[in-house]
Design a protein around this ligand. Structure first.
Ligand code: MN
Length: 236
């Protein structure tokens, strides 16, 4: 059926998409999966020790704030929080779907990588944790997922040894190495695809290292992962 002949009760939302470096075609986004506590030192600062199986939460695709290369993204200071945290993360973009993907096959499902920020209303997340309630209000709110453009995987030979860092107003807050992931990219895809059938267009926010902290209105965050375009985001 041709789109113009289809009738909707209101205009459908636009397709969310992310630019890909070096080509005109954009990456259409399906879902955003996020991994919790996937760096040891961050797990510790959150009050946990030991290797636990990876666990996941989701953000809606329209929580993305897509920031083109060289530009500064703008996010509003969100409602209902007094403790708005940055979490710098390597984002894995899935190009080929599947379920029960083995770690040994996982890399063939990866389209590329980007820098992302899993912005968190930490006070609300902590309240929900204490009450055993879902994290959605702390994690899956509007504008909670700024990310930069995607670099295709074949252009990044050494993503597993990349440095990952974020500074706020020029001062380094989080600084680590992707090699310190508790569950590496392949293992994360293996676990994730056992629970959900991955689809092309899925994004995986792979977890944040230690040093999560608050930002306030007027702050500028600059996130970097070796080999990827810098992600700059201003809090309005
Ligand atoms: Mn996170």
């Amino acid at each position: 059926m041709k789109e113009e002949s289809m009738n909707f009760v209101f205009a459908p939302p636009p397709i969310i998409s992310v630019p890909v470096i070096g080509q005109p075609e954009r990456f259409p986004v399906h879902r955003i999966y996020c991994v919790g506590r996937n760096y040891e030192e961050h797990a510790k600062e959150m009050g946990y020790t030991g290797r636990e199986p990876p666990f996941f939460f989701l953000k809606p695709a329209d929580a993305l704030v897509v920031v083109p290369e060289g530009e500064t993204g703008q996010i509003p200071y969100p409602s209902m929080t007094g403790n708005f945290h940055h979490e710098i993360e390597l984002v894995v973009a899935i190009g080929k779907g599947g379920k029960n993907i083995s770690a040994s096959q996982a890399m063939s499902h990866v389209y590329g990588y980007a820098v992302g920020l899993d912005m968190t209303r930490r006070d609300l997340q902590n309240d929900m944790k204490k009450q055993g309630r879902p994290w959605c209000i702390g994690k899956a709110f509007d504008h909670s997922a700024p990310m930069g453009p995607i670099v295709r995987a074949e252009k990044l030979a050494q993503i597993e040894s990349a440095a990952i860092a974020v500074s706020v107003n020029g001062k380094v807050r989080q600084s680590s190495q992707v090699s310190k992931l508790i569950w590496n990219i392949s293992e994360t895809i293996e676990h994730l695809s056992a629970a959900w059938e991955l689809q092309p267009g899925d994004l995986i926010f792979s977890g944040t290292p230690e040093g999560v902290a608050a930002v306030v209105s007027g702050d500028t965050m600059v996130g970097d992962v070796t080999g990827l375009p810098t992600l700059t985001v201003h809090v309005n």
